[in-house]
Ligand binder design. Structure first.
Ligand code: GLU
Length: 371
């Protein structure tokens, strides 16, 4: 089916699964890594921004340690991941270097993305890397977390990264053609889901019947598509064995499963922000109120009169006018202690007052919403 090339947008999170990347316990499939990197390099030259989320550390570590079967003990898997991550990154780095592209290693946990402070730090690092033209390669930090080792093979992590950078698409590359109405390994006549809303409840039954409830099966991919949809991203599940699969998505000729987000990006993101607990209040002067009431402007320290509550960077605060009327809410880039010192000051004086500089804006316009 020919789909509009525009549907996937320009900022992609591409997730690569372990089964795809490794030859059954024989270590990394270097040819597949090279083919994937070639595909990404072409898209980069077309102006797409790509973050790669790659599994395969455990599988590569098992190979390097000579383990024939996947250990059942979690800390053995964590140790294998620590060994394998080196080889995984080396392989990507040498393939990307051949295209003149730089890479960066990012190790994250689900908890990092739940903490607003670490969420904002991860977000700014990833977006800075993308602006620098670097390809960030993300994996779970398996030494300190076990979410993906136990359940997801990075499907959920990739979806959280999609939210984090507000990517337009989450692309899950797997060793299957897409998502199937029943398990294709058991039922060779199983039909593939070509297109559906990520929110479609009917898909849950299929995932259940598929019997693929283990790590990285259909269930985690479906859940990942719903997380991605929260920030308005569409999900594509397709075969990473197909050559130029990413170029196929860009040109609208891809074969696989397309799970549509049913909310526009901005509305979805603001909805997500609105679920965060409110940790404090900023009282703004009339000038800042007037600026914020015009859409699309950020809040600067100069417009803050006073601060109530005890909050850290990345937490949600309410912005009120001098009479206490709420104007907007947003994620603050500065803690309450920092704001108490920089309230009323010009952005260029922040560094002199605090001894460091975090952001020009107290709340960036992307992180502001009207209640
Ligand atoms: N983060 C893990 C890896 O990259 C997840 C995959 C797994 O559990 O095998 O290897």
């Amino acid at each position: 089916m020919k789909r509009s090339p525009a549907v996937a947008g320009d900022v992609w999170v591409v997730k690569v699964g372990s089964a795809l990347l490794t030859h059954d316990g024989q270590g990394l499939n270097e040819q597949l890594v090279r083919d994937l990197v070639n595909d990404i390099a072409v898209l980069r030259s077309q102006g797409k921004k790509i973050v790669l989320v790659s599994s395969g550390a455990v599988a590569q570590g098992m190979h390097l340690l000579g383990l024939k079967t996947r250990p059942r003990v979690i800390h053995s898997l964590q140790a294998a991941a620590a060994v394998g991550q080196m080889g995984l990154i080396q392989s990507y780095q040498s393939s990307f270097t051949a295209h003149g592209l730089r890479t960066a290693q990012i190790l994250l946990t689900h908890d990092d993305l739940r903490s607003r402070k670490r969420y904002l730090n991860a977000r700014i690092t990833l977006t800075t890397l993308m602006e620098l033209g670097v390809i960030p390669i993300v994996n779970e930090n398996d030494t300190v977390a076990t979410d993906e080792i136990r359940f997801g093979d990075n499907d959920t992590l990739a979806a959280l990264v999609t939210n984090l950078i507000e990517a337009s698409a989450l692309i899950i590359l797997t060793d299957q053609q897409g998502l199937f109405e029943s398990n294709p390994r058991v039922n060779p006549g199983a039909k593939m889901v070509v297109e559906a809303l990520a929110s479609d409840k009917g898909l849950d039954q299929m995932a259940g019947e598929g019997g693929e409830l283990g790590r990285g099966g259909m269930t985690t991919k479906l859940q990942a598509s719903r997380i991605a949809a929260r920030s308005g991203a569409h999900t594509f599940v397709c075969s990473g064995r197909e050559t130029k699969v990413l170029q196929g998505i860009a040109s609208g000729t891809f074969k696989g499963t397309f799970l549509k987000a049913d909310k526009p990006a901005l509305a979805a993101r603001k909805q997500w922000l609105a679920t965060l607990p409110l940790e404090g209040t900023l009282v703004l002067d009339d000038g800042a109120v007037a600026v914020l009431e015009k859409k699309g402007r950020s809040l600067l320290a100069v417009g803050v009169i006073s601060v109530k509550g005890d909050f850290t960077r990345g937490e949600l605060v309410s912005c009120v006018d001098p009479s206490g009327r709420e104007i907007v809410r947003g994620l603050t880039n500065y803690s309450s202690a920092e704001l108490a010192r920089i309230a009323g000051e010009a952005s260029q004086d922040i560094e002199a007052i605090l001894g460091y500089f975090v952001d020009e804006e107290v709340i960036h316009r992307d992180n502001l919403f009207v209640v």
